[in-house]
Design a binder for this molecule. Structure first.
Ligand SMILES: CSC[C@H]1O[C@H](OP(=O)(O)O)[C@H](O)[C@@H]1O
Ligand SMILES: Nc1ncnc2[nH]cnc12
Length: 295
């Protein structure tokens, strides 16, 4: 099922501490197969206030999958396959700034990708594509998230650079200081290549980073541990649900969505001559790039 009418369908990729979405009607977990392999889990499909939505726990239910083993391509492919148009990533992050305190949401607008052990593109030999990542998130979707977050009374910052490290170990002090000197604001292990793949799949993508700790640079705070992160996350997860429930009605009434640039990201990105394209590759890309590849 692809969504050629572009009826708004909200997708949520839930990070650490967010393994389910409460309050959905017609709720069901469904396995969706992808030519890119196994996604992190089944998809949770349902409706929130009459609006279709789809949820996927990034690390799988029970948090089984570490950042480097997440099949980001399969995760984005299945979202596209079931008709998602707007994708919100919810993630736990460490803060690299004094003013971004645990409990706050950062509506990220830039990334520094330091990951090195992940498949980063749907494309490759047989069909080469280069999409723009100058503005890696959808500002229209970001506007809806900002309004929803404000309405839910959650403390937030609009804009911020998320440094994506490979992990799974946390940073050394020297690395944390280096990233601060690069003007990164928050640090995590998962938003890349997720954001790049969402762009290739022509999805509107936005990232809500929930601050859980001060990493290891802050002289007045302990170095980050999983225990400390989980404590903050338990409080944050409810806030994430409040935010999501307020985004859905906004999406439904947004007439500008169809013209959003994210939805035509591939329009001028494919460089391989039609006669040189690999037919097997074209088959795998039926959901991600079917709009342009169907003859
Ligand atoms: C649970 S601590 C580190 C873990 O949490 C973040 O995951 P996510 O972005 O999915 O919330 C971070 O990136 C690490 O994967
Ligand atoms: N300090 C940190 N570093 C990397 N990933 C994180 N996720 C939450 N806090 C983090």
């Amino acid at each position: 099922m692809t969504n050629s009418s572009q009826t708004p369908v909200l997708g949520i990729i839930g990070g650490s501490g967010v393994y389910d979405i409460e309050g959905l009607s017609h709720k069901r977990w469904e396995r969706v197969d992808s030519p890119f392999g196994k996604p992190s889990d089944e998809l949770l499909l349902g409706e929130l206030d009459g609006q279709s939505m789809v949820f996927l726990p990034r690390h799988g239910r029970g948090h089984r999958i570490p950042p480097s083993e997440i099949n980001f391509r399969a995760n984005i492919d299945v979202m596209k396959r079931v008709g998602v148009t707007d994708l919100i990533s919810v993630s736990a992050v460490g803060s690299l700034r004094e003013n971004l305190r645990p409990g706050m949401f950062v509506i990220v607008d830039q990334f520094i990708d330091r990951t090195f052990a992940r498949e980063k593109s749907f494309f490759g030999t047989g069909l080469v594509a280069h999409v723009s990542m100058a503005h890696p998130v959808c500002s229209r979707l970001g506007d809806h998230i900002e309004a929803a977050t404000r309405e839910a009374g959650i403390e937030f910052a609009r804009g911020g650079t998320y440094l994506v490290m490979e992990g799974p170990q946390f940073s050394s002090l020297a690395e944390s200081e280096l990233y601060r000197s690069w003007n990164a604001d928050v640090i995590g292990m998962t938003n890349m290549p997720e954001a790049k793949l969402a762009r290739e799949a022509e999805l509107c993508y936005a990232s809500v980073a929930m601050v859980t700790d001060f990493d290891c640079w802050h002289p007045d705070h302990d170095d980050v541990t999983v225990d400390a992160i989980v404590k903050v996350l338990l409080a944050n997860a409810d806030n994430a649900r409040h935010m999501v429930s307020r985004v859905t009605p906004r999406l439904r009434s947004d007439a500008s969505a169809a013209a959003c640039g994210c939805r035509s990201a591939l329009q001028h990105a494919l460089i391989t001559a039609p006669e040189a394209r690999d037919p097997e590759m074209l088959r795998r890309l039926d959901a991600v790039a079917g709009r342009l590849l169907r003859s």
